[in-house]
Design a protein around this ligand. Structure first.
Ligand SMILES: [Zn+2]
Length: 350
């Protein structure tokens, strides 16, 4: 039995070696990040609603929207007045994502340096539930991510959030980038911009994400206001202009937390197969099957898309999904296109 298996393996090997060289054979894979960008970057602005962080609504929203860059903003819900809620809805309409930053912005762990009062299990109904309900009532969106004031939290808080249909939190390692591959979204790593830090640290982190093909989550506060580690409008514009260039060069994917995590889940679940090829061994039909993987119970609040990469020199005439043409891009001998999930088949013509 063993011998037979051995011979079979050997014959397979020989048939492979004996096959004529087929230079057209395509490499097919799911891009690590959307649009096959090399790195991903999420910008989070904390303390929306607080009087000292008005720069988020006064400048940050528009400055990003004008550059087509989506950001996350973390709301202290107990500080939001009706005008803030109107603004929050407008920001969501601009493609930005609202995060829950608790009701009263207290310390989730007793620390000598944190002197704003503490919160624990007995405060969950206020700091988590009421805060969630306020966001849902005023914006129509159940927040998908929770970010802790002063980044102080306990494991009990994470377990509670998961039970309350959150899909993630900012509770991973600090000053650490994230892998493009799905890991626990409750332990998302992040890097906080601190007072006195050189401004070059902002662009540098985007560069690091690109160089190491990773996902950077950058935390900032306001601009032109009294928030912690605030910077000027001009300084902020310099950073956004840099990000915009990197996005246009297809080096960087600027996305919300939900965008990246949704993409990671889809990538984890999807299996690509070439179902049919033409006489030149070019794929004419590709299937995308979705494996059953454990998905979060909450609404991920993002689009179900995946970027497919076909590495081949021949450019297709058309690519379609459900008889609708899909736009595609040619970059470095790669055919790159986005599909909407679920999909049965992708059809290519030459
Ligand atoms: Zn804060």
């Amino acid at each position: 039995m063993k011998m037979k298996k051995y011979i079979y393996t050997l014959s397979l090997l020989f048939s492979f070696l004996a096959a004529p060289a087929q230079t057209n054979i395509a490499q097919l894979y799911i891009a690590p990040f959307r649009h096959d960008a090399e790195g991903a970057y999420t910008l989070i602005h904390d303390d929306f609603g607080a009087a000292y962080a008005r720069g988020i609504e006064e400048y940050i929203d528009t400055m990003n929207f004008n550059r087509n860059l989506p950001i996350c903003f973390a709301a202290i819900t107990g500080e939001c007045d009706p005008e803030d809620w109107t603004k929050a809805k407008e920001m969501i309409g601009h493609g930005h994502q609202i995060l829950n930053h608790s009701m009263t912005h207290k310390c989730g762990q007793v620390q000598s340096w944190c002197t704003f009062g503490n919160w624990n299990e007995k405060d969950f109904p206020t700091e988590i539930d009421k805060s969630t309900a306020l966001i849902l009532k005023n914006t129509g969106k159940h927040p998908a991510f929770f970010v802790f004031p002063f980044d102080l939290f306990t494991d009990t808080m994470l377990t509670y959030l998961e039970a309350k249909k959150y899909i993630g939190a900012r509770a991973g390692k600090q000053n650490t980038l994230n892998s493009p591959v799905l890991s626990d979204p409750f332990l998302t790593n992040f890097t906080v911009f601190r007072p006195g830090e050189p401004l070059s640290a902002l662009n540098d982190m985007a560069d690091k994400a690109i160089q190491s093909k990773s996902w950077a989550v950058r935390v900032m506060h306001g601009i032109e206001d009294e928030s912690w580690a605030h910077i000027t409008q001009a300084e902020y514009a310099t950073h956004l202009d840099y990000l915009q260039v990197k996005v246009k060069e297809n080096k960087l994917w600027m996305a919300t937390l939900s965008d990246v995590v949704t993409y990671q889940y889809n990538k984890e679940a999807a299996v690509l197969k070439v179902v049919e090829q033409n006489k030149d061994s070019l794929p004419t039909k590709i299937s995308v099957e979705l494996k059953n993987i454990k998905l979060p119970s909450g609404d991920m609040m993002s689009h179900d898309t995946l970027t497919i990469v076909l590495k081949q020199k021949t450019v297709p005439k058309t690519i379609s999904q459900s008889q609708l043409y899909i736009p595609f891009e040619i970059r470095d001998d790669k055919v790159i296109f986005d599909i909407n999930l679920p999909v049965n088949e992708i059809v290519l013509t030459y």
